[in-house]
Design a protein around this ligand. Structure first.
Ligand code: GLY
Length: 371
């Protein structure tokens, strides 16, 4: 039997639970069955995850009397494009889906985002369930209903808000996650502390290393705290008209870095977010909003865990501050031609600001590029 914690995302008739704990994958059929309108489902996963968890999931579904088919995508964020979306939609249609079909996204952020978007637009919207297997997906992308693919113009520019019916976050799946991906997901965990929960950041300073070394209690606490924080924000601002934008802390810088590196594995999303959050602290110091001590403390924590906060160590790239600035201009967060940044007054004190001067952005980008 799996034991789990539950976080409720309170969105009226679109409310759902996030179950968090070890062993949820093996018990998935029992948890999922009540949400299905048919006794068959389609699992979307990728080539990295399929050999690890697909059989266990299908077996568990079968035990619950649910037949399943699987679509296996190429791995990596570059799969989140038009061509792969088109292939996925055509494959799902060829399986004879109907309005009452439920998709299951089994994998990391890429699988969840593209499957959620396919569910949002197929037959004008069908149900889907998230089974996130990466830390990043467990603490961020599987919760909150943001679904998307990338465009040549930028990250996640084509998508829809479409909430899942259930999220099963099996923290045991983190055992098989490559260390680099675990660290990238850890950046999104730290984000919740930096936004508005300094106590959580201090806890991570003490327990982050154990979490990254696989301590089950530490990772369950971190996933739980992160999901609860996200659920609270999403319940208050589902479509990001205000407070939800704080979840983009570090993302304006980070997305520009990702776009410049072609959404490739030169820079994982969470790695870009870690650098972006460090830059957000640095620009806040430059603007006289935040103490240099707090910024140094954040750089120190990322460094101690093994996450870079500068651009120099990234292999195979030369960074132009002006090109990065141009990428930022295409971000979703541009309003009336003005970029909205998430800045900070210190650890746990993030806020939105649309008055950042271009020269300050360029200064910070130059500093990060030259170390
Ligand atoms: N990842 C940011 C959000 O879900 O709003």
């Amino acid at each position: 039997m799996s034991s789990h914690d539950t976080v409720h995302v309170d969105l009226g008739d679109r409310s759902y639970d996030v179950l968090i704990g070890e062993g949820l994958l093996a018990a998935a059929g029992r948890h999922i069955k009540p949400f299905l309108k048919l006794d068959r489902t389609i699992i979307v996963t990728d080539r990295n995850i399929a050999p690890l968890y697909l059989e266990a999931l299908q077996h568990s579904l079968e035990q619950a009397g649910v037949a399943s088919e699987a679509v296996i995508l190429p791995p990596g964020d570059s799969t989140k494009d038009f061509a792969n979306l088109q292939d996925l939609l055509n494959t799902l249609l060829s399986y004879g889906i109907e309005r009452s079909t439920t998709l299951i996204a089994l994998g990391g952020g890429m699988v969840g985002d593209i499957t959620g978007f396919a569910a949002a637009i197929l037959l004008r919207g069908i149900d889907y369930i998230q089974i996130p297997t990466s830390l990043l997906a467990q603490v961020d992308s599987s919760v909150g209903g943001k679904t998307a693919i990338n465009a040549p113009h930028g990250k996640n520019l084509i998508g829809a808000f479409h909430q899942p019916r259930l999220v099963l976050a099996d923290t045991g799946a983190l055992d098989t996650l490559p260390q680099r991906e675990l660290l990238a997901g850890y950046a999104e965990v730290v984000k919740y502390g930096l936004i508005d929960d300094p106590e959580f950041f201090y806890w991570l300073e003490g327990h982050g290393a154990a979490l990254c070394d696989g301590n089950p209690a530490a990772r369950r606490h971190a996933v739980m705290t992160s999901c609860q924080a996200k659920a609270d924000i999403v319940a208050g601002d589902e479509r990001e008209s205000g407070r939800r934008a704080l979840l983009n802390f570090g993302h304006t810088f980070g997305h520009a870095l990702e776009a410049e590196s072609g959404f490739s594995d030169i820079l994982l999303h969470g790695e870009g977010v870690a650098i972006g959050m460090a830059m957000a602290f640095d620009i806040s110091v430059l603007m006289g909003l935040c103490s240099a001590e707090d910024a140094a403390r954040v750089h120190r924590h990322f460094g101690s865990i093994g996450l870079e906060t500068g651009l120099q160590p990234i292999q195979g790239m030369t960074w132009s501050p002006r090109v990065l600035l141009a990428h930022m201009g295409k971000d979703k967060k541009v309003k009336d031609g003005q970029l909205t940044f998430v800045l900070t007054r210190g650890i746990g004190q993030a806020f939105l600001n649309s008055d950042v001067r271009e020269e300050d952005i360029l200064t910070i980008l130059k500093e990060a590029a030259t170390g």
